[in-house]
Design a protein. Structure first.
Length: 241
């Protein structure tokens, strides 16, 4: 038996490409997204009461992997990118049904007669991701204080992030020029890069420069070691032409 899923809408995210997306939700509080519900789900009655929840579960489709074969074993970044684990022991996007699940913060719901827009933060979703369900997060049942996952027992190591003068000045000007007063670009970049988006198996090479797309920007950065500890430096930021 097969089942058909109809998207409720498509995420408008600050992440236009996979490189740089946080590996879990809520790790980057400044990462925001909007969801405009499609008919017939754009009835304000569909979200009545949802504003009473601070967080929601989003069920979504890994749409860029729909045509890819799923894998019995995958290499999760948390295990260094070289060690394999069973697909159902990971949150890999190469899954039998291409379904994902994220808990995100619900910032606001905006409704008119024929439109419902949900605004989220702490997202880990690619721009254009199809959302197939929304459920309220319920703390007394969804938060499990004594839960254990030995494959991901502790939070990821956070790297300090520094900015060149050009990058710092660009961040200071960006919100004013684009009328995005609610966005602090420097905070968003810091939260994204402090978790080191590079492949986990890749050695640190201070002469290697990386490029990442974020919002409508090209961001150039590098990683180097100071006393054996990783430091991320934002080199240059430009608007995508």
């Amino acid at each position: 038996m097969t089942y058909n899923l109809e998207p409720l809408g498509y995420i408008q995210s600050c992440f236009p490409e996979k490189f740089g997306i946080p590996r879990q939700p809520l790790l980057v509080p400044s990462a925001k997204a909007e969801l405009l519900l499609l008919p017939p789900f754009n009835d304000p009655d569909c979200v009545e009461g949802l504003s009473e929840s601070s967080h929601v579960w989003l069920s979504f489709i890994f749409h860029q992997h729909v045509d890819s074969k799923w894998k019995v074993k995958v290499r999760p970044p948390r295990l260094g990118g070289n060690k394999k684990s069973g697909v159902f022991a990971t949150r890999s996007s190469f899954r039998p049904n291409n379904l994902g699940l994220s808990a995100v913060k619900l910032e606001k719901i905006e409704t008119t007669t024929n439109q419902v827009k949900l605004i989220f933060s702490g997202i880990d979703l690619l721009d254009g991701t199809p959302i197939v369900d929304i459920k309220p997060y319920i703390p007394y049942s969804d938060a499990i204080p004594n839960a254990v996952n030995l494959l991901a027992a502790v939070s990821p190591i956070i790297c300090p992030v520094i900015f060149t003068q050009q990058a710092k000045e660009f961040c200071a000007d960006y919100s004013e020029e684009t009328c995005l007063e609610t966005l602090c670009l420097e905070s968003l970049l810091t939260e994204v890069l402090q978790q080191d988006p590079r492949p986990a198996y890749q050695a640190v090479d201070e002469n290697r420069y990386y490029k990442m797309k974020l919002l409508d920007l090209d961001v150039e950065w590098r990683c180097y070691l100071v006393d054996g500890n990783k430091v991320i430096e934002v080199i240059n930021i430009n608007v995508i032409s």
